[in-house]
Design a protein around this ligand. Sequence first.
Ligand code: 13P
Ligand code: ZN
Length: 272
Amino acid sequence: MRKNILKAPFVKEMCMTTANMYRIGWDERNGGNVSYLLDEKEVSKYLNLNKVIRRIPTGFEAKELIGKIFIVTGRGKYFKNVEYSPETNLGIVRIANDGTTAELLWGFEGGGVFTSEFPAHMMSHIARLKVDPENRVVIHTHPTHTLAMNFIHDLDEKKFTHTLWEMCTECIAVFPEGVGVLPWMLCGTNSIGEATANKMKDFRVVVWGMHGVYGAGKDLDETFGLIETVEKAAQIYVLTCNRPRINTIKDEQMQELAEYFKVNYRKDFLNL
Ligand code: 13P
Ligand code: ZN
């Protein structure tokens, strides 16, 4: 007897995370998408892995991910609705042997398909798995203050990271490698996917200029927490940027923090 997929921890976690993201205002309408690499054995407790519901072409080749199974949000689906109807807003797909097709194993009921940002997600998984075999999650979202900061702050990676690090004491410990930044690009394309994956070689957070952010991590909690920390720093920046700054966290103090927490930080992003 197979277990009820709606009770699977990974489905529940997807519901909880998307609901959280909606409620804190990051994901208006269909904004944002999430993909989560699942363990085949774990999924087989809930689904017959030999039963493919539909085959969906991906439009790109992901040889490195052949056979891998992901739970992913749907194209045009609203995060606010995921918890009420996971079977229509989420899907479980396996990358087929040709590397260019996704086999639908569950979900996307009513004819839905995976997010339009599937290329950026899959290419980011490939890039992050090379750096960290434990990486399982990629989240794209539109966090309000990070987005606001894009319009009033230099998009240079060093300057952008430095400002974020300055805004909350623990930022340098949470994202010591800094934040990658891409200029505005057309979303939903293989090109933005390739550019994101290229940045993901060095960073777990990549800002899409004037659009949103990508975050990667080993689980949903960690990845959400990472983006949340960037967003908190951006919020402090937006709240203080048009007032005289009379105190700041100095570069020497950031260095002290990074060394205390024993993190491998981008020394060239500090001005020592
Ligand atoms: P999807 O609805 O296709 O996931 O797109 C949302 C989005 O944020 C595009 O960048
Ligand atoms: Zn988006």
